[in-house]
Design a protein around this ligand. Structure first.
Ligand SMILES: C[S@@+](CC[C@H](N)C(=O)[O-])C[C@H]1O[C@@H](n2cnc3c(N)ncnc32)[C@H](O)[C@@H]1O
Length: 222
C-alpha cells in the first residue's frame, strides 16, 4: 500500500489473523484505534456491507491525513484525530455498540522510515519521536532536563535495558558538553557507553524503544 502523505509504505501485519479476530458481522460497527496508514481498516471495509461502519483513530497528523483520504472515498468510514482513549466519545457519537476493536500498538513503518520524525537510530534526524508532534515535548527536550536517575529508570522499565545507568550517565556527560538533538548523535553515544553488544542488534534498540514509549505515554493511553 502506498502512503498517501509521503513516499513511505506500510504492510499491515498478520492481516488474515487480525481479520479473523476483529470481524464478526458485515453490518457491524468497528473501531481501528491505531489507524496508521489503514492497511487493516481497508481490508475490514472490504468485508462490510452498506450498513457496516468503521471509525479509525490516530494521534499522528500524517496518519489522520491518510484517514481523511479514505473517508473521502468510502462513506462507511470516519477518521478521528485523537488518542484511542477517546473511544467512549466515539461510541457515544455513533450511538451503536462496538462489534470489534483493533489496537495494533507501537510505531508504524512510515513513522520509522521518515528520518524527520526522529524515531530511527539508523537514520539521522531531529531527536523527536512524538507520534503527535503538536503535543508535549520531544525526546531531545526531555533528555535536556531529566534527572540522570529518571533517564535510567525509563530505559530500564520500558526497554529492559540492563545497562541503563551507564547510558544515562553518558547522556548527562554529553549534554554538559553540547545539546543532544539528533538521532544518530544519541545512537552513537549509547554505543560508546555500552559497546556493540548482541550481534545483529543495534545497541540503541532498547533505549530508543524505551524513550518512544515514555515520550508518547504509550502505557498511560492503554
Ligand atoms: C503499528 S501502527 C498501526 C498500523 C495500522 N494497523 C496499519 O495497517 O496501517 C500504530 C499507529 O498507532 C498510532 N498510535 C499509537 N498510540 C496511539 C494512541 N494512544 N492513540 C491513537 N493512535 C495511536 C501511531 O501513530 C501509529 O500510526
Amino acid at each position: 500500500m502506498t502512503d498517501k502523505g509521503t513516499q513511505y509504505e506500510h504492510q499491515p501485519v498478520m492481516l488474515d489473523e487480525v481479520l479473523d479476530m476483529w470481524f464478526s458481522r458485515s453490518d457491524g460497527f468497528y473501531v481501528d484505534g491505531t489507524f496508521g496508514r489503514g492497511g487493516h481498516s481497508r481490508a475490514l471495509l472490504e468485508k462490510l456491507d452498506a450498513q457496516g461502519r468503521l471509525a479509525g483513530i490516530d494521534r499522528d497528523p500524517q496518519a489522520v491525513a491518510a484517514g481523511e483520504q479514505l473517508a473521502s472515498e468510502d462513506s462507511r468510514f470516519q477518521i478521528v484525530a485523537s488518542r484511542f482513549d477517546c473511544l467512549p466519545d466515539v461510541v457515544d457519537q455513533v450511538g451503536r455498540p462496538i462489534d470489534g476493536l483493533l489496537l495494533d500498538l507501537g510505531v508504524s513503518s512510515p513513522q520509522l522510515d521518515d528520518a524527520g520524525r526522529g524515531f530511527s537510530f539508523l537514520r539521522d534526524g531531529p531527536l523527536d519521536m512524538r507520534m503527535d508532534p503538536t503535543q508535549g515535548e520531544s525526546v531531545a527536550q526531555w533528555l535536556a532536563r531529566a534527572d540522570e536517575q529518571d533517564i535510567a529508570n525509563v530505559l530500564y522499565r520500558y526497554g529492559d535495558e540492563r545497562k541503563s545507568r551507564r547510558i544515562a550517565r553518558r547522556i548527562c556527560e554529553e549534554r554538559n558538553e553540547r545539546p543532544i538533538t539528533r538521532t544518530l548523535q544519541l545512537a552513537d553515544l549509547i554505543e560508546s557507553a555500552i559497546g556493540r553488544g548482541e550481534p545483529g542488534k543495534h545497541p540503541a534498540t532498547r533505549s530508543f524503544q524505551a524513550l518512544r514509549i515514555h515520550i508518547n505515554g504509550e502505557l498511560d493511553a492503554l
